[in-house]
Design a protein around this ligand. Sequence first.
Ligand code: GDP
Ligand code: IMO
Ligand code: MG
Length: 433
Amino acid sequence: MGQTVLLVGLQWGDEGKGKVIDALSERFDLVVRFQGGANAGHTIHIGQEEFILRLVPSGILHPGTLCVIANGVVVDPVALTAEMAGLRQRGVDVGENLVISDRAHVVLPHHKALDEAREAARGKDRLGTTRNGIGPCYADKASRCGIRFAEMIEPDVFHERLVAVLEINNRILTQVYGAEPVDVDAAYDEYCRYAEELKPHVQDTVMLMRQALRDGKNILLEGAQGSMLDLNFGTYPYVTSSEVVGGATVGTGIPPTRIDRVIGVVKSYCSRVGTGPFPTEQDNEIGKAIHRTIEMHGGRERGSVTGRPRRCGWLDGVVLRHTAELNGVTGLAVGMLDVLSAFETLKVCTAYKLDGRGLHSFPASLTAVERVEPVYEELEGWCCDVSDVTRWEELPPQARRYLAAVEELAGAPVEFVSVGPERKQVIEREPDG
Ligand code: GDP
Ligand code: IMO
Ligand code: MG
């Protein structure tokens, strides 16, 4: 009997999901993306090589793993074809091992133009999106005027739909935002070429999933973004437009009863790119020290997609409890433990105070979130390099105490610890460890 494992970020994205997925993907027959789009940037380090995957699932570097872009993903053909070409150039096989759902929605030029225009119009209140057209594409999907791969690969249907959708959206672009319209003929020709190139990869992935479950395959569901960026449960409106929480079922067609394990990926501190509240942010020497340390260790606290510096801060236990419970995590993968080696004393936020009262849940109101004061507990740091540690028992006692604090906050056991960006720098805890 195969296992279906969901892997999901428990903070604001960039928790190190790509690295953990790559380290685990040998054990899986399928690695499946189910939400988000090219806003994701999942980094994998193998020796001197760095791969940043945006739409292609993070199992692609393992020959024999079937990589699926399932129906819940919004796919930008420009980004996807460039990513595929880049991988091929570096000797990675991208052929029958990559499948795209015929139900996945296509990110079209007006989605990206609208993302730009709306951000510009918001001025200082901008959301800080990655400008990949994610929000507008999901909005078209919900408004029932989106175009899926099923339509894009049929030239006549595609033409009819594209003309209709661009007519309205060009009016919005020009009249509301004063932006340039999208040239319908040029867009049609360009996207027909992408359709031709991608058509061999397009399949009914709902049937593919069903068959994989029947055949007892091991399936890894690769969450993108993080649960605090979730459309329903994140810091709305400073979120992305997809369902990070719960999206694994609607985004693949796999029923909830068939998900066996949920691994929550946690960075041992917190980071956020873009705007929006971040209660434990350290916009000071501590934040700078995190940046310095990660760079020293070969990592980088910059958006993998946008290159923007990430805001950094202490681990937030209120966030962790909120997201671990929402996802029903059964185990944790804690990353970037090596980065905390730089600190003699570590702080962990265990609760918030709002108007002098203790608050143990994450509030919906952003004005409340902006006013909360984190309550910190201090833990002793380990102050030594852990990046070569390969076994749980070899971790310094202070590091194990820190991980025990993470477990208590999340209410789930730590199963994996990442101590560096490299594929091999991962500690798997034995069940009795
Ligand atoms: P993802 O979006 O969750 O896959 O994470 P990103 O790839 O956007 O960001 C994580 C960054 O940290 C990348 O530069 C990784 O190479 C790096 N990284 C991942 N795990 C570790 C770790 O355990 N230690 C260090 N120092 N860097 C890591
Ligand atoms: P991975 O999968 C970190 C953030 C953006 C912005 C907000 C909305 O690499 O963890 P969007 O373009 O989605 O409309 O932007 O969400 N964001 C991410 N932050 N990691 C990501 O993905 C992100 N994907 C989107 O910075 O604040
Ligand atoms: Mg990322």
